[in-house]
Design a protein around this ligand. Structure first.
Ligand SMILES: Nc1ncnc2c1ncn2[C@@H]1O[C@H](COP(=O)(O)OP(=O)(O)OP(=O)(O)O)[C@@H](O)[C@H]1O
Length: 237
């Protein structure tokens, strides 16, 4: 994986009046949103608020949905899901290389696996990996394609708490090194604040809150604000 060195100034993603409906029910209701190149953005919202619908639209995967509006997204987009979606009949390196060609592909795949801490596991079968390792392999498969935009839909949702923390560190590290734009869908307010530079809350088909995270401000300030936007109050005890 070659690091992105150029500083891009145009927005990586631009949505104007994005509307998406299922069976006449509007899920996304005229969303306007710019995601600048290289920004790490998290998208929060209640279950059913339309986070996955938005991510799938940006990924160009929503052909069965009726919709309107304008959408601009980069050409090289990678998507990571809650489950790794590794093909069980292919070894880990072959999964990472799927669809890649070029004579240096295998070397790039090995390098990507080393970057996510899976050096030496190239010939393992997916069912020999733990949940966290499988998600590492999925990240390697995404990043080896040098995406301009990485879309991640609850990628750590199925992992235990300790593995999740390690994966947070890994994802942030990879993002700092390669600087794709990231749109991370999560239910987890703390995950959003720890990882992202900007947090969006989706509600009633619109972006109800758009917060820039300043690393020098205590996280608790953002936490309360985001939880309040999600209609959650914490027991102060
Ligand atoms: N293929 C589909 N057909 C009909 N309705 C759908 C379809 N996919 C999603 N929906 C509906 O659209 C709404 C938004 O779904 P979406 O999966 O985008 O929400 P979400 O915010 O990602 O939820 P969660 O956090 O639970 O994953 C839901 O009410 C859901 O039932």
């Amino acid at each position: 994986m070659a690091p992105h060195t150029e500083q891009l100034t145009r927005p990586a993603v631009q949505l104007r009046g994005l509307t998406r409906s299922f069976d006449g029910r509007t899920v996304l209701d005229g969303i306007d949103l710019d995601l600048p190149a290289g920004q790490f953005t998290a998208l929060l919202g209640h279950s059913g608020s339309g986070k996955t619908t938005l991510l799938r639209a940006v990924a160009g995967l929503d052909h069965e949905v009726t919709g309107s509006g304008q959408l601009t997204a980069p050409e090289r987009v990678s998507v990571v899901f809650q489950d790794s979606r590794l093909l069980p009949w292919r070894r880990v390196l072959d999964n990472v290389l799927l669809g890649l060609d070029g004579k240096d592909a295998a070397e790039r795949g090995r390098q990507a696996l080393a970057e996510v801490g899976l050096e030496g596991r190239e010939r393992a079968w997916p069912n020999e990996l733990s949940g966290g390792e499988a998600q590492r392999a999925a990240l390697a498969r995404s990043l080896v394609r040098e995406p301009e935009l990485l879309l991640a839909d609850e990628p750590f949702g199925a992992l235990d708490a300790l593995t999740r923390i390690k994966m947070h560190n890994l994802l942030r590290e990879l993002w700092e090194r390669h600087r794709p734009s990231v749109l991370l869908v999560t239910h987890d307010v703390d995950e959003a604040i720890v990882l992202a530079d900007r947090v969006l809350v989706l509600e009633h088909g619109r972006i109800a809150l758009d917060v820039t995270i300043d690393r020098d401000t205590p996280r608790s300030a953002y936490r309360e604000r985001l939880l309040a936007a999600l209609g959650v109050t914490e027991d102060p005890r």
